[in-house]
Design a binder for this molecule. Structure first.
Ligand SMILES: Cc1cc2nc3c(=O)[nH]c(=O)nc-3n(C[C@H](O)[C@H](O)[C@H](O)COP(=O)(O)OP(=O)(O)OC[C@H]3O[C@@H](n4cnc5c(N)ncnc54)[C@H](O)[C@@H]3O)c2cc1C
Length: 265
């Protein structure tokens, strides 16, 4: 690990000022990805801006139509939140199956989204529910946030402060997980919203994406058989030591069908 300067600002304003002063900085959330990247020298920031003291970035607020979760909220807090369990049980269940107990105790919603690992779970919920990512500068619709492999719409020095999730009529997330890390080999989030049906797929490609053929099929008839008939093309999907593109394509249909079954209860 290279040497770096450590900062622990007490307010979002100070954090934003530090980020602006040091263009080569990195915000630190739970350190679950960043510290490993620094140890491996895949990242060597000049400055670390620890967000741990920013109370305004943690916590969960519920209204009749949306759940807003602070960027520094740990996965375990989402998993155990009575408000999330009541309004969007699929989101609480998703959080409950991230990594292991230690990862859930430290990992954060904001860190997961900013990192945008192609196999991460939260991007599927954010895109599947059509959530809004709130930053220190603006509000970004989920459809505009995820740009590619580990790439997001966040600009230099821009911090995620919270995410606002609209409450669906029904939703579910199913993943075929890597048994060691529990990252998604393929994960599918299905949601029936007031505005229509959304289907988001993670783990299969370089970046989370919407499966529009499945959305169309489910809009006509929200039933497992509707998605079971939709085949995902393997072109452009990931092949690695865990699964081939063809296997992942098959899993997209299988996980989508199971997610619809789960959403229907
Ligand atoms: C063993 C292991 C198993 C895991 N399994 C899973 C799994 O099954 N599913 C899954 O989805 N994830 C999994 N993860 C990832 C984990 O869920 C973390 O959320 C993820 O690693 C991000 O970590 P973090 O929140 O601690 O952020 P950090 O590691 O602190 O930061 C990650 C990146 O985001 C940036 N960042 C952090 N917060 C902000 C912010 N508010 N605004 C802007 N940028 C920010 C940082 O600068 C850094 O670039 C696993 C991780 C480990 C180590």
């Amino acid at each position: 690990m290279h040497a770096f300067k450590y900062h622990r600002p007490g307010s979002l304003k100070d954090a934003a000022a530090l980020a602006a002063q040091s263009p080569d900085h990195k915000p630190l959330a739970g350190g679950q990805s960043l510290v490993q990247a620094m140890k491996l020298r895949l990242a060597s920031p000049s400055d670390i801006v620890d967000l741990g003291a920013l109370k305004e970035l943690a916590g969960i607020r519920a209204s009749a139509t949306e759940i807003t979760i602070g960027a520094m909220t740990r996965h375990a807090d989402v998993e155990h939140s009575a408000d999330v369990r009541k309004a969007i049980p699929a989101l609480a269940e998703l959080a409950a199956h991230i990594g292991d107990r230690q990862v859930r105790a430290m990992g954060t919603l904001g860190g997961s989204l900013a990192n945008n690992d192609p196999a991460a779970d939260y991007p599927a919920a954010v895109l599947g529910l059509g959530a809004t990512v709130i930053t220190s500068q603006r509000r970004i619709a989920a459809d505009d946030f995820f740009k590619g492999l580990y790439e997001t719409a966040l600009g230099q020095g821009e911090l995620i402060t919270a995410v606002s999730f609209p409450v669906p009529k029904r939703a579910a997330y199913l993943k075929f997980k890597n048994p060691a890390s529990r990252f998604a080999i393929v994960g599918v989030f299905v949601a029936e919203m007031a505005s229509g049906v959304r289907v988001a797929v993670t783990g299969a490609a370089a970046c989370v994406y919407r499966q529009k053929d499945m959305e169309q099929a489910l809009a006509a008839n929200f039933a497992p058989a509707s998605v079971a008939a939709v085949r995902q093309a393997a072109g452009g999907l990931n092949t690695d030591l865990h699964a081939s593109a063809e296997y992942r394509a098959h899993l997209v249909t299988v996980m989508a069908k199971r997610a619809v079954e789960a959403a229907l209860g």
